[in-house]
Design a protein around this ligand. Sequence first.
Ligand code: UGA
Length: 413
Amino acid sequence: MQVTVIGTGYVGLVTAIGLADAKHDVVCVDLNKERMEQLSNGVAPITEEGIEGALQQNQSRLTFTTEYPVSDLYLVAVGTPERADGSCDLSAVEAVVKLIHSIQPHAAVVMKSTIPPGTTEKLQMAYPSLRFAMVPEFLREGTAIRDMRNPHRVIIGTHDQQLASDLTELFKTNAPIVHVDPTTAELTKYAANSFLAVKISFINEIARLADIVGADVEDVAHGIGLDPRIGPAFLKAGAGYGGSCFPKDIAALTTLAQQHGEHLHVIEAADRTNEAQLEYVLQKIAPKRGLRVALLGLAFKPGTDDLRDAPALRLAERLTKMGVIVTGYDPAAKTLLDQKDTIEEAVTGAEIAVIMTEWDEIKHVTPRRLTDNMKTARLIDGRNCWAFVEEPGNVQYEGIGRPNKTFSNNPTS
Ligand code: UGA
């Protein structure tokens, strides 16, 4: 089947590779000419494990262009950013659908972008000759290629029986395929992201209490996660969540509910707790003018260079405003911070190092590399990623909700 994918961000690009993997010919369209040239040469515009190999393997089935081809099946994967009022900006989606309609008025249009419940139905009413479906995406940055090859489920939301059957064939997988209406598919995506965010904020609150009562949140998470009704995933306490999805999707969903006079109390609380979690890290740092702080890890999660809504950047901004001297290190992401090329350089002269992204390199940094270079070797582990298999040396360690793992041999005392 020949498929056209509009938009080559994470979702569009990885979906296109997935379809090419399954031997479909895929035309990828994006207005960004430079990106299209890069991709045509097999160069991935994003840091993502396995993406260059997957691109090269499928090069003969992938075409990258800035021109919309005539096609029977278009997948829409353009951005749906947050507006100032928290709602979802659908202008790119609407412009793409309008253009598709002008090129091929009877095409099948599959929404992959995350769009608020009701959007596909509205588009269907506006363009009755087009045949719409909503197939939400659940891949995670950093493991996107793996997720695309091994999805947990495929949700196909459409009223069009023929399209439902074509899409079942197109997204063929061993995972369950769930057939629903478009609005249910849209809400399923938001509900999934909101639920994961709630899990993170839940464990972050327990972590704060663990600090007070002297319990270890990592053991609590392990203990509750063994119950299959709870599950172990997304119970990692730390500096809170960021990225291009959770904050934006929660804002869109809660704003949509409020526009209908409804409050999503649990989800709104997850968002507030996430804000408070960064304040909690700030409290641990106890910022003051002239303090030197090194942020280890800047991307919103390991395995990506994505800095969108990265907690590290939000923290850096707060610290800088308070007169703190901030340096940073990240193996992939590039920022405007005083960013150094190595961990050693970033921590040189610092009084506190704060782990904000649990890159392997940062997880395994030896205490020696900190003590040899820092002014006072104090480490705040904002991702609870230090394992303590080795001697902490003279590092004064503080995690989030791990009070019994605090070592008191502060080299300055
Ligand atoms: C998220 C969802 O996990 C995907 O299923 C979804 O497809 C995607 O959004 C999307 O809507 O496009 P992603 O934002 O790539 O994926 O990253 P996650 O792995 O979900 O992590 C999000 C944030 O939560 C990160 O800042 C991470 O550090 C934080 N996190 C995650 C925690 O603080 N604790 C955890 O236990 C897990």
